[in-house]
Ligand binder design. Structure first.
Ligand code: FAD
Ligand code: FES
Length: 1275
């Protein structure tokens, strides 16, 4: 939080800001409050910290300080916020773990309004089918108890430092100059001085919010030797009102602009405020609160982004900028001529924009701002508009019209010809119909235009114009200018987030009070995470002589390396050394499935982003500069392979390819009533763990011993890899993992390779070496989830029974095998999902391409496999013209069942989940209501889907199902537990604490877990496959049971004694108070020859119902409601498990509807950061999000009858995909289209909108495939 004192008004303002974009020099005179400043576990935690933690809003905790500070800042400004305020405040913060619901619920407790009977996450709610609470329901357990929260007392907050007030009040402000290694920063105090500086240094940027300049410097390596900061020039912040409008200082932040416009509206006649309201509308959608708090009006105008949201509205509204330079003052209209090119205006470099004139609208004038963006909030627009129309009084004849668009070329553009065609004509369908054709021609885009989505963007210009037309038409009707019936009004999509339900079972009445198993218990580190005390890898303080490693990666996808010149890099200040393959003392490669992966590319590169060498320097900044100075020359090799189709054509696969079948598919297809062939392409996914790959390798200094501090899911693999690379024994490498800021499968194989590279640097220099990837590097270098193409041929009977399916799965694996073969195996093992299809055959291939190697990702192929399965079922339903849930029900496993790999199981709980989900979601009634809604609504459609999952838990590779633990009891009775699992937010340490507490009959407060370390528990398995608790829990249980048994004679002798007294006595009696525990796991296997096996311990079942509302004109949608019923046996910790369910669902929602990786035609990843790659934000949470744990479910195959839950729910995010598909089908039906249709994943607004077959999109001519080079590849 930034706080500043404003001398003019003698007030203090507080605002949240992104630390990464705030230049320190800009903060002169400001007070900064960080999460550490507002509360501490040593003294007193702040209510915000407490509530987010206790409401279970912190899993891995990496995002938690940001969430806390956004909320804290809101409360400093408004101690009793509304839900809307909260959603706005949190809108700019991302969380990859929780699914946001618990964070929102924790923050909701500060809310002034309670918008529901159970506003605080209670189990029983008036919204749940409308029934009122009865007594037994009131007894339902809750995830947290709001009554126990600390009250918020605004009088207790930190005060603004008085010395800063004195400093600001000082009458004689001085010019400030800061000198850095390569840059100078000057902050003048007067406009005159500013103008002189700019005249002298026209190339020096004026840095206001730094939201344009900052990212360029940070990510593109742009260097500005001189920066001018005009934030103390008061003329830039002046606001004055005249008879025709307001002059707003160019330095005002967008948040200030929003607030000053809002304040003026009530005092003005409505007709005068059209432009103000349009700007407010657009400002609400521009960036996040943090960005709007710092980004300036002048900066926005001058940045001239092609998809700027504000500029089209300012231009359409006839705004004017006032400019000063050495030559004097000028006023320049903000119009088409103003925007000269990409990021360019007609202003001269020495010009300073002082203010912007925002006129009042006139009578008969309507101004609207409309936009469409890849994500509902905090996302640059795909297309954005400012549109103005003026009518003569009482008439529908257009006098003047102004249509500005962003996102349709390198600049903000004006559709002048279209405007001319509308002017002088009545505002009616005929005029508009002609206008569409002109607009389409006028704002044409070449098929390979940067940004892609060409057809969609062109269609959007038409549909946004149509929306404007409709809105104005309704205005004219309201004003009685037109009398005839007009089409329905377009209402915005709903956005009010409702309280949600989390239903779980109470522990048995006779369970001991101290026994925490089965009770909700906060993540054991949540308070540390919420106070900023939690230590992640990169928080480890820098040690003496430490060096930073930055990797130099290939810029070619398929090439020979012909030269590597590091001489320039070595000359740079701070650069210490360059590490290449030659420096590796041991094995230069890592091997998997008989394929080798080089740590450093030597002769040849196989993808863009492959590591070639690494630059070591004293600081990260120096290492980055060094890396940029390394020169690599290449000779391109022919025919790189990027797409799955390319790989199929060239038979480029990793072997073995797998086939699995049961029955006789060929014969069954012949006898089916109908046969349908379909396919679906599913895009990949970036892990986007909040903490990027991080490691620190410290040579101990003797006997080739190394300590590796690393954020990994598999410490043993890192240990092994480092040992092999350095050619030392594993006993010399000690791997420490305190916690991970998220892993999701991305910190297994990749981390072992990066740690090996880092260890080479530490070995060579004999110094500690740290390597922490930046987000862009992480996204470029590390792969993610495999994109998959699934083809199927399905035979079914007219009654809906599916008799045979033949699947072909192709996974884009990238250039190294990694775990791709195992993933393609798991794809086949799940191709039945919940259905008993008598004849089933699957072929699965891992395609070898010239992209970064894809790797494990939560679900390990199952989310891809099942999307294809459910799409097939959907196609059958559409081919038969029947609801998809009926086809699912008809084909679902029933009674004692056996899978296609001859694994016997009972699907009873799957069926129970199905029935309960239908009941809880009120499915039938809502289906009916949706059909009615769709009949009445032309442009918006609703859709609903009900999706089941059957997910196999444990590793199919038997040896990976073992686990170890080490438990020490100290003389004071405290217990230290170590086990093989790593804590990455999934709460495994919390659950292990619960296990130890139950087994030793002591409170959890006596049990501590410090870290995971290869020195205490060796030869561990990865924390993956949803098996962490199952395996490690049993090992911890084993160790605790041993210890408890050892204490038995002492306990029996002194039954009334305390735990501490028994422990003390045991020590005196020389009884060992330390024990190892071990869990062997079942002997899983799968025999691919015989096509049979026992690859899993059991299945976790679940069913999810989601409903969406889709704006067919733009493809925007909202998830109105999601109900999930999960069978997870007897939950060890319902709060942790519900957290996993909600978090995985949300990650799945991202996968299937939002997240798009964009690779250019040369194989380079374009989407390398949060601005290009959109993960779900708080705006994506279903407006009602209910989770129910299936009651009365036992599981004899896992600890305390629980079930693994980390991965299964991810697939249930596809319920949103299928709900969108259902809504699209309704739109298509209006267009006279029926039957199966293709919708690939993710169902982005672009895909959903185009699939709706709206009249506007039909007008856009499709480009002939092959006739142009697309901007991005569909890999
Ligand atoms: C995460 C993020 C999300 C965003 N989302 C959106 C969005 O959804 N929609 C959208 O439209 N924009 C968005 N933006 C862009 C943002 O609005 C602009 O970057 C911002 O308005 C620029 O203002 P600034 O004060 O930060 O400019 P700075 O970076 O400080 O400066 C930008 C440029 O403007 C010049 N300049 C600044 N003030 C003056 C002046 N008074 N006179 C002359 N030149 C001047 C500087 O010399 C510099 O060249 C986003 C940006 C970020 C970082
Ligand atoms: S808890 Fe939010 S990113 Fe992990």
């Amino acid at each position: 939080m930034v706080s500043r004192y404003q001398p003019a008004s003698k007030t203090i303002v507080h605002y949240s800001a992104n630390a990464c974009l705030l230049p320190v020099c800009q903060l002169h005179g400001a007070a900064i409050t960080t999460v550490e400043g507002i509360g501490s576990s040593k003294t007193r935690i702040h209510p915000v910290q407490e509530r987010i933690a206790k409401a279970h809003g912190s899993q891995c905790g990496f995002c938690t300080p940001g969430m806390v500070m956004s909320m804290y800042t809101l409360l400093r400004n408004k101690p009793q916020p509304t839900m809307e305020d909260i959603m706005l405040a949190l809108g700019g913060n991302l969380c990859r773990c929780t699914g946001y619901r618990p964070i929102v619920d924790g923050c909701r407790t500060f809310c002034a309004e309670a918008n529901c009977c159970q506003a605080n996450g209670g189990a029983n709610c008036c919204l749940n089918g409308g029934e009122n609470a009865n007594e037994s329901e009131q007894e339902k357990p809750q995830l947290f108890d709001q009554e126990k929260f600390l009250p918020l007392d605004p009088t207790q907050e930190l005060i603004f430092p008085p010395e800063l007030i004195l400093m600001a009040d000082a009458s004689n402000p001085q010019t400030l100059t800061f000198h850095g290694e390569r840059m100078t920063w000057v902050s003048p105090t007067t406009l005159e001085e500013l103008v002189q500086l700019k005249a002298k240094h026209p190339k020096a940027p004026l840095v206001m919010g730094n939201t344009n300049i900052g990212p360029d410097m940070k990510f593109k390596g742009v260097l500005h030797p001189l920066i001018i900061s005009p934030i103390r020039v008061k003329e830039l912040f002046e606001v004055s009102e005249g008879p025709d409008g307001v002059w707003v200082g160019a330095g005002c932040s967008l948040a200030e602009l929003h607030s000053l416009l809002e304040k003026r509206i009530p005092g003005l006649p409505e007709e005068k405020t059209e432009l103000f309201r349009a700007l407010i509308q657009q400002l609400g959608n521009l960036g996040s609160q943090q960005i709007r708090n710092v980004a300036s009006l002048g900066g926005n105008v001058v940045s001239a982004y092609p998809n700027s949201d504000l500029n089209p509205v300012l231009a359409a509204g006839s705004c004017v900028v006032r400019v000063v330079s050495g030559e004097g003052k000028r006023e320049i209209p903000l119009n088409q001529e103003f925007f000269a090119g990409f990021g360019k205006t007609i202003l001269k470099p020495e010009d300073v924009v002082v203010s912007v004139f925002i006129p009042f609208s006139r009578k008969g004038e309507f101004i609207r701002a409309l936009r469409q963006a890849p994500r509902k909030e905090v996302s640059f627009a795909t297309v954005t508009t400012g549109m103005r129309v003026r009518f003569s009084e009482g008439s529908r004849v257009v006098e003047e019209v102004s249509l500005y668009f962003g996102g349709m070329g390198p600049t903000t553009v004006c559709a002048t010809k279209t405007g001319k065609a509308i002017e002088g004509r009545p505002w009616d369908e005929e005029t508009l119909n002609q206008a569409y054709d002109i607009l389409l021609e006028e704002l044409s885009l070449p098929p390979s235009a940067p940004g892609g989505k060409v057809e969609f963007r062109r269609g959007l210009t038409l549909s946004l114009l149509f929306k404007f037309y409709l809105d104005v038409l309704h205005k004219l009707k309201e004003m009685n200018v037109i009398k005839e019936e007009i089409p329905e009004k377009l209402q915005p999509l709903p956005r009010d987030i409702q309280p949600s339900l989390q239903e779980f079972q109470s522990v048995p009445k006779d369970q001991e009070a101290h026994d925490p198993v089965g009770r909700p218990m906060m993540h054991r580190s949540a308070i540390s995470q919420a106070t900023g005390e939690a230590v992640y890898c990169d928080d480890i303080p820098k040690t003496d002589g430490e060096l930073f490693l930055v990797l130099v990666t290939s810029s070619r996808a398929h090439a020979k390396i012909t030269g590597l010149d590091v001489s320039e890099a070595l000359k740079l200040p701070g650069v210490f050394d360059v590490i290449t393959a030659q420096d590796v003392p041991g094995k230069k490669t890592r091997e998997m499935f008989g394929y080798e992966q080089e740590l450093f590319a030597e002769g040849q590169v196989y993808c863009v982003g492959q590591t070639v060498c690494g630059v070591l320097a004293d600081t990260k900044a120096h290492a980055k500069r060094g890396a940029a100075a390394v020169k690599i020359t290449y000779e391109d090799l022919p025919d790189p392979i990027f797409t799955i189709e390319d790989a199929i054509e060239k038979s480029s696969y990793f072997e073995p390819r797998r086939v699995l079948f049961k029955g006789d598919v060929t014969e069954a297809l012949k006898s089916a009533d109908q046969v349908y062939e379909g396919k679906i392409h599913m895009g990949g996914q970036e892990h986007f763990y909040m903490e990027t790959q991080s490691m620190l390798v410290v040579p101990v200094g003797e006997e080739t011993e190394f300590k590796v501090y690393v954020s990994t899911q598999w410490p043993t693999l890192v240990q092994e890899a480092v040992a092999e690379t350095l050619d030392v024994q594993s006993n010399r490498v000690m791997c420490h993992v305190k916690r991970l800021g998220g892993g999701f499968g991305g910190k297994v194989i990749v981390t072992s390779i990066l740690a090996s590279i880092t260890s080479v640097a530490a070995w060579k220099t004999n110094r500690p070496v740290r390597c922490v990837l930046e987000r862009g590097e992480d996204m470029l270098i590390t792969g993610g989830r495999h994109p998959v193409l699934g083809k199927y041929k399905v035979g079914f009977m007219n009654d809906g029974k599916i008799v045979a399916v033949d699947y072909h799965y192709y996974a884009n694996s990238g250039c190294f095998v990694d775990e791709s073969v195992l993933i393609s195996e798991k794809i086949l093992l799940h191709m039945d999902n919940a259905y008993n299809i008598p004849n089933l055959r699957g072929h699965s291939a891992a395609c070898r391409t010239n992209l970064p190697s894809n790797t494990s990702f939560r679900g390990f192929g199952v989310p891809q496999s099942l999307l294809v399965v459910e799409n097939m079922v959907n196609d059958v339903a559409m081919a038969l013209g029947r609801p998809a849930d009926q086809i699912r029900e008809i084909n679902m496993y029933k009674g004692p069942s056996v899978t296609h790999y001859k694994f016997e199981f009972s699907p009873e709980n799957l069926r129970r989940c199905w029935e309960l989900c239908k009941l809880k979601s009120d499915y039938s009634a809502r289906r009916h209501a949706i059909d009615q809604f769709n009949q009445q609504s032309r442009w918006k459609k609703r859709g609903i889907s009900l999706i089941p999952i059957k997910y196999g838990i444990a590793f199919a590779e038997s040896f990976l199902n073992q686990a170890g633990a080490l438990v020490h009891i100290y003389k004071d009775g405290s217990v230290l537990v170590t086990h093989g699992g790593t804590e990455m937010g999934q709460g495994v340490h919390t659950k292990m604490q619960q296990v130890a507490s139950r087994e030793l009959h002591i409170p959890t407060s006596k049990v501590f877990i410090s870290e995971t370390c290869t020195g205490t528990v060796p030869n561990t398995c990865p924390s993956a496959a949803s098996f962490g608790t199952d395996a490690n829990g049993m090992a911890v249980k084993d160790a605790c049971e041993i210890l408890y048994r050892r204490l038995e004679p002492i306990r029996l002798k002194n039954p009334k004694g305390s735990w501490e007294s028994w422990v003390k006595e045991a020590h005196l009696q020389k009884i060992s108070l330390s024990a190892t525990g071990f869990f062997r796991g079942k002997d899983h296997y799968i025999d691919w020859e015989k096509m049979e096996g026992q690859p899993y311990s059991y299945y976790t079942f679940g069913v999810c119902c989601s409903e969406v509302e889709l704006d067919c004109l733009t493809g925007d949608y909202r998830t109105l409601r999601t109900d999930i019923v999960m069978d997870i046996g007897r939950s060890i910790n319902p709060s942790v498990d519900i957290g996993q369910i909600e978090g995985a669902f949300t990650q799945g929602l991202g996968l299937y509807t939002l997240e798009e990786l964009k690779f250019g035609p040369t194989g380079i990843l374009y989407s390398r950061g949060p601005s290009q790659y959109k993960i779900p934000a708080v705006c994506d949470v279903p407006l009602r999000f209910n989770v129910y744990l299936l009651p009365d479910s036992d599981n004899p195959n896992a600890i305390y009858s629980s079930k693994g839950i980390g991965e299964p729910t991810l697939f249930l995010g596809s319920s949103v995909f299928f709900a969108i598909k259902d809504a699209v089908a309704a739109a298509r039906s209006d267009a006279g289209l029926s039957g199966p249709f293709s919708l690939d994943s993710p169902a982005t607004p672009e895909r959903a909108c185009l699939a709706c077959a709206m009249p506007f999109n039909k007008k856009v001519p499709a480009s002939e495939p092959g006739s142009f080079k697309p901007w991005a590849l569909n890999i």
